[in-house]
Design a protein around this ligand. Sequence first.
Ligand SMILES: *Cc1c(COP(=O)(O)O)cnc(C)c1O
Length: 392
Amino acid sequence: MQEFDIETLAIRAGYEQTGEQENSEAIFPTSSFRYNSAAQAAARFSGEEKGNVYSRFTNPTVRAFENRLAAMEGGEACVGTASGMSAILSTFMALCKTGDHIVSSRSVFGTTKVLFTKYLEKFGLEVTFVSQTDLSEWQQAIRPTTKAFFLETPSNPLTEIADLEAISNLAKQHDCLVVVDNCFCTPVLQRPLEQGADIVIHSATKFLDGQGRGIGGAVVGSHELVGEEVRGFMRTAGPSMSPFNAWIFLKGLETLPIRMAAHFKNALALAEWLSDHPAVEQVFHPGLASHPQYDLACKQQSGGGGLVSFRVKGEKEQAWLVIDNTQILSITANLGDVKTSITHPATTTHCRVEAADRLKAGITDNLVRISVGLESVEDIKRDLARGLDQLI
Ligand SMILES: *Cc1c(COP(=O)(O)O)cnc(C)c1O
């Protein structure tokens, strides 16, 4: 279905109707499948005959989600996983071995960093963290054993943009894979495979679901790397997506294009309003012309996304005052929901980072992060003004 636009793929790609002529996709809550004969069972197990075997690695609802997301990202294959973290784990377990080296942006999701440093390093994988935006640091970090680059863009919470094309070109010269966590933009706003990346990772928990209902993840890429290698790990180790969650995400994908456009519209309007507020020191959103990488964002993304961060004038106390004076916003670290969420990164998502490193990364105590939802943006502004106006 690659000749169709993404809005059509989001609704039509990936599903094979059963004999019941249903119009909405069916859920298959079954652990195993029956065979017509012992010979068919043998053929399925050996891989000689294509078809369902066991839901740890073949389930029709999960497959529909995988095929739809693969079509939207422009990838040949996709593997659904139990969470975004297990998508990252499965990728590196499948593709790397002891002694391999990974270069990762320093600005990746905090739990991803812990996965690299506390667990994968324990098994002899070496990881070097570099600047999200300075290509020379990536270049200098490369060793003969470097197997992969890892990054997410825009970064959380400061929305720094990594140059996907430049980083992918550098990786190709050194025979490294490029793995991109595309959680914040989704394929609607950015398709890393088209810009030279080899693998795209998703936390389906966020925008793909869009209504905060379940945990899931996905890996998208070539038949060889994802269809064979990552799926092989999944089949063996079993961090599988449940059919029910796959159905939620499948239905989430149908509205993803209109939701991402609406998240971006609200986020940009809010970012512009915050920029003009006298109690606000600085605002971060890739759609603002004041963003230091505005041109790169325009080239690489078809929209700025739904996350906005800002520094209030003051310290932690002032940031908390703004958060605590909201009445409709959800005080939660989750993101990508139709419900707007507000969080204080220094004491929540980044609390496990050493204070000095946190400051170096720009996560100051006066920073507030908002995942802008789909309520009226005027109501979101009024909710934030309750606290911000007290600071003037
Ligand atoms: C949430 C998140 C993850 C982890 O996903 P889970 O589904 O919570 O395991 C990975 N990367 C990014 C950028 C995230 O925001």
